[in-house]
Design a protein around this ligand. Sequence first.
Ligand code: NAP
Length: 321
Amino acid sequence: MRAWKCMTWGGPHQLELGNMPNPEPADGEVEITVKACGVNFADLLLISGRYQVRPELPFVPGIEVAGRVTSLGPGVESFKVGDKVAAYVKHGGYADKVVAPVAQVVAIPESIPVADAAAFPVSYGSAELALGRAQLSAGEVVLVGGAAGAVGTACVELAKQRGAVVVACVGDSAKEKVALACGADHIVSSRSRILHKDIQSVVADEIDVIIDPVGGAFFEESLQVLNYGGRVIVLGFASGKIPSLRLNQLLVKHQSILGSSFGLTCVKKPELISSQWARLSELLASGQIKPRISHTRPFTELPGALQMLKDRRVAGRIVLA
Ligand SMILES: NC(=O)c1ccc[n+]([C@@H]2O[C@H](COP(=O)([O-])OP(=O)(O)OC[C@H]3O[C@@H](n4cnc5c(N)ncnc54)[C@H](OP(=O)(O)O)[C@@H]3O)[C@@H](O)[C@H]2O)c1
């Protein structure tokens, strides 16, 4: 089968397209013939050796796929050959075939285009987990960082589903349009040097929940307008800067900062992810959520697609299909 291989730690253009044997599904795994892959920010971290997990070189990157089940490992009863599915995998997705544990595979309705399916499991799974962790409730004000990113757009849509008021932080006017189309109520610019003042100018009250996939200045600025009892969900550091904090603010304003890890929760609490996915798939099938596909590129153009993501030229998810 064809596969993109990471032979050395580095950037998108160091990946090599080659051939390798098909993977074999082990106990509790299915083989998926991949029709589309979601291109994730985490891929950039993974191939540069800066991700929390460092696979042994060489390895095949790619964490989000959609396609059909083509083989079952021993003991698998929840899927059958031919099922249309999407999956989160630790790596190995940028290939013609990948294997995934059944707990990380979600059934996809036939009516959903395969590109949308490939932009579903990680983005929406991560967003739903983060909002649940924040206990975001109707009427609360949530600030979403990187709100036109793949996880960001999912957070905006799902926060609106919960009845929250959404302030979306984005980098340019094209991304602003995407965040508004997802239902954002207010927009602030990630390029602003006075973000906390901009936030205060669009919402009368302070922010109840901050969803932070960006870190750096976004975290520092937005914390200044976090309400009494406010919660920050740390999702990632797309800015490349991991902020630090003097803890007295949390005490003085009765606030909490929580990390949220979709990947680890898939392993530690698979039943939580399965129940979230079941609910999210119904929203997907009924059109109540709609993955935002920024661009679709052929499988052979992975390095260019990753470079676009790195250059912040993607609004929603870029998909190989
Ligand atoms: N913890 C979890 O469970 C989990 C799960 C999935 C992803 N993540 C993390 O969430 C983050 C977003 O992932 P994603 O796949 O949604 O990525 P994405 O589509 O590229 O979105 C990232 C957003 O971050 C913003 N950003 C701000 N500063 C940036 C910089 N210096 N470089 C690049 N982007 C910058 C960009 O928005 P503007 O250009 O509009 O400012 C961009 O839209 C990543 O850090 C990823 O590792 C965490």
